[in-house]
Design a protein around this ligand. Structure first.
Ligand SMILES: [Zn+2]
Ligand SMILES: [Zn+2]
Length: 665
């Protein structure tokens, strides 16, 4: 039994939103099928456990669910029985019959059945929206549809119950706990089987599992903290190879590199706008006093203590104070001192983004139009406070290294810069063999200017037109989504699909025409006036953490040679001295060329050595025996592919070096 089939007692935190009639209209054929299956599931459960109370059964990304309250606790052992009953219902080919009820009729019906959750759910239906029932066979449900025509439209082989979980009614833990049965449905058995196979493959490729097996990263919540990954030597190879790729690519594209600290003063994030709006996603601040501030604080504290003593003396004194300094004045002065003390020093925040630091680098020197475009790049470490429940392996973490760069340019330079950024994305996709990708171009909503979006109608229009133009001209696969832009400009999220067809959002590309102004960034233009540059934020490789998590699944841990933590292992057929010498000299030659090579010249049988190298996912094995030594050749074996034949030693080494240099797939 795999994990997926274990009962899971996760609680559904957020309540599903009731679909509007418009959204229902737009439900795809597959969603109708799956939602119809939820009805069939409820029908089956009521046949098997007539005392079950029903909540709701919407379609989900992966299928559907239905929430029940009943004494019997569902276990995976019940699933075949439930599926069997569902199949029976599909074969009965019941019609989904719609009827409109008055509110009173509907309430009376569910009250008579004791279906208390349904009675409560009726309150969610807006006044004026018709209350519809859908009946299939003996089962009647409160539902606005849509469904397939008949239960027979669902193919019995396409149904599967996946798991059971607990969920509170309306997602609120103060409400009764229900049992949620998750299932999925496909057009036919073949599609279901393909999907199940893909799920199985995704489990095998789980980045946490492979990451542990290959020794790529470790988590140490007790000493280091949750969500703060430690990159082990083999994982660090991946990190550094990706960084090298980015550095080379960016160098050729005219970027310059910078280095910035991991924290900054509060003023930085108030200026950028991260505070207070983004405060929840940042680590709490550190209070810091400089040496002179500490001295000042000590002096103020001393003065405060004196005044407190004075005030207490005054409270007890019978005669009036000859100086005329009243107790009220003293109390007032104490308060003033206390305010002064709290204002000393500064608050520092761990950076959640690199942009503000880069803006300060732009501001560090006077800039002229001749300096633009200025492309500042850094693999910057950022810290974000993710809820502990949201953390997920290295895909969702609290410390991350971002393949960041900020391009400062003039409006005239924008289109060309933006086009070059997109080309860089495509170049990376090619290297990683990502043939399925999509750019999601998010634009603003003119109705929400000044609230959700910075109030610059002209700039919005201009930049969005420019971005759209570039996307169309480059022939890039993109979709446009309104109302999802960043506060300061249009944004592009890049979605990619792994080798097994799972979707990931890994990178963003954003235009910013607001924040440079907030930081007062200017350049001196040809006409000697000061102008504000545009800024492009881009991170094609996302963060090391997320991108490596993605690559682990994409490659199933079988990285291409240039990326493989252990690229080559030289294996001997036995441990005789001349052979060991030969193997050692090959190893030394490769190492001198910066190839990550290890040698295994133990007395173990070569079969065992090969098996060990296979388990460690070593990309290439060079196997040598006495005859290879005499002929000056090596036998080349590839991970997962086996022996590909003997080659002269020099040729084999040259091939390896070329494959690494060209970053072959
Ligand atoms: Zn329905
Ligand atoms: Zn940025």
């Amino acid at each position: 039994m795999n994990d997926e089939q274990q009962p899971q007692f996760e609680s559904a935190k957020s309540e599903v939103q009731r679909k509007t009639l418009d959204q229902r209209e737009q439900m795809t054929e597959l969603m109708r099928l799956r939602h119809s299956c939820a009805h069939i599931l409820a029908t089956a459960v009521l046949r098997l456990w007539p005392d079950a109370l029903l909540d709701i059964g919407p379609p989900t990304e992966e299928g559907f669910y239905y929430d029940f309250e009943l004494k019997h606790r569902f276990t995976p052992d019940d699933f075949p029985k439930i599926e069997e009953e569902m199949r029976k219902i599909t074969k009965e080919n019941q019609v989904f019959e719609k009827s409109i009820q008055t509110r009173a009729e509907a309430l009376a019906y569910f009250e008579s059945k004791g279906q208390t959750f349904k009675v409560q759910r009726m309150g969610d239906i807006p006044e004026g929206e018709p209350i519809s029932f859908f009946k299939n066979g003996e089962f009647v449900d409160l539902c606005a549809g849509p469904h397939v025509m008949r239960t027979g439209n669902v193919k019995p082989g396409g149904i599967k119950i996946l798991k059971v979980a607990s969920a509170y009614f309306r997602g609120n833990e103060k409400n009764p706990q229900l049992q949620r049965l998750y299932g999925t449905a496909f057009k036919n058995k073949e599609e279901l089987d393909n999907w199940l196979l893909m799920q199985e493959e995704a489990r095998k490729r789980d980045h946490r599992k492979i990451g542990t097996e290959m020794g790529l990263f470790a988590m140490d919540p007790e000493y280091v903290g949750p969500g703060l990954p430690l990159w082990l030597p083999k994982g660090t190879v991946l990190v550094e190879e990706l960084e090298r790729l980015a550095k080379e690519t960016e160098f050729q594209a005219g970027y310059v590199r910078v280095k910035t600290p991991h924290l900054a003063k509060e003023k930085m994030y108030k200026t950028s706008g991260h505070l207070p709006y983004y405060a929840e996603s940042m680590f709490p601040p550190m209070e810091m006093l400089e040496e002179d501030e500490r001295k000042k604080r000590d002096a103020l504290m001393e003065r405060r203590a004196d005044l407190i003593q004075l005030a207490e003396g005054m409270g007890k004194a019978i005669a009036p104070n000859p100086s005329g300094y009243t107790e009220e004045q003293v109390r007032h002065d104490i308060q003033k001192l206390e305010t002064e003390i709290t204002l000393l020093g500064g608050r520092y925040y761990l950076k959640a983004m690199n942009c503000p630091h880069h803006h300060r680098i732009f501001a560090a020197e006077p800039r002229s139009y001749r300096d633009l475009p200025l492309r500042l790049a850094e693999y910057g470490t950022c810290y974000r406070y993710e809820q502990s429940g949201e953390l997920f392996g290295v895909m969702r973490v609290r410390s991350m290294n971002m393949n960041d760069a900020h391009i400062y340019c003039t409006a005239e330079q924008f289109a060309e810069e933006f086009r070059a950024v997109n080309e860089m994305y495509l170049k990376y996709f090619k290297i990683f063999g990502l043939d399925r990708y999509q750019m999601r171009f998010s634009t603003h909503d003119p109705a929400r200017l000044g609230q959700k979006f910075v109030n610059e109608p002209e700039l919005w229009k201009k930049t969005e037109d420019m971005v759209r133009q570039v996307l169309i001209e480059s022939g890039i696969n993109y979709v446009e989504v309104a109302n999802e832009a960043a506060f300061y400009g249009p944004k592009i999220d890049v979605q990619v699909w792994s080798a097994i067809g799972r979707e990931f959002t890994i990178a963003t590309n954003q235009v910013d025409f607001a924040v440079p102004a907030r930081f007062g960034l200017t350049y001196r233009d040809r006409d000697n006036t000061e102008k504000t540059p545009l800024c492009i934020h881009r991170a094609p490789l996302g963060t090391h953490e997320r991108f490596i998590g993605f690559l682990i699944e994409h490659y199933a841990g079988n990285f291409p040679l240039w990326l493989a933590p252990e690229q080559v292992r030289v294996l001997t057929l036995n441990d005789e001295a001349p052979l060991v010498e030969y193997a050692k000299s090959i190893t030394a030659e490769l190492r001198a060329q910066f190839v990550r090579v290890e040698g295994d010249w133990s007395a173990n049988p070569v079969k065992a050595k090969i098996a060990d190298a296979e388990t460690s996912k070593v990309h290439t094995m060079l196997v040598v025996g006495q005859r290879d030594l005499e002929a000056g050749v090596v036998s080349v074996r590839l991970h997962g592919k086996g022996n590909v034949g003997a080659k002269p030693r020099g040729e084999a080494i040259a091939d390896l070096l070329a494959s690494i240099r060209e970053r072959r797939a």
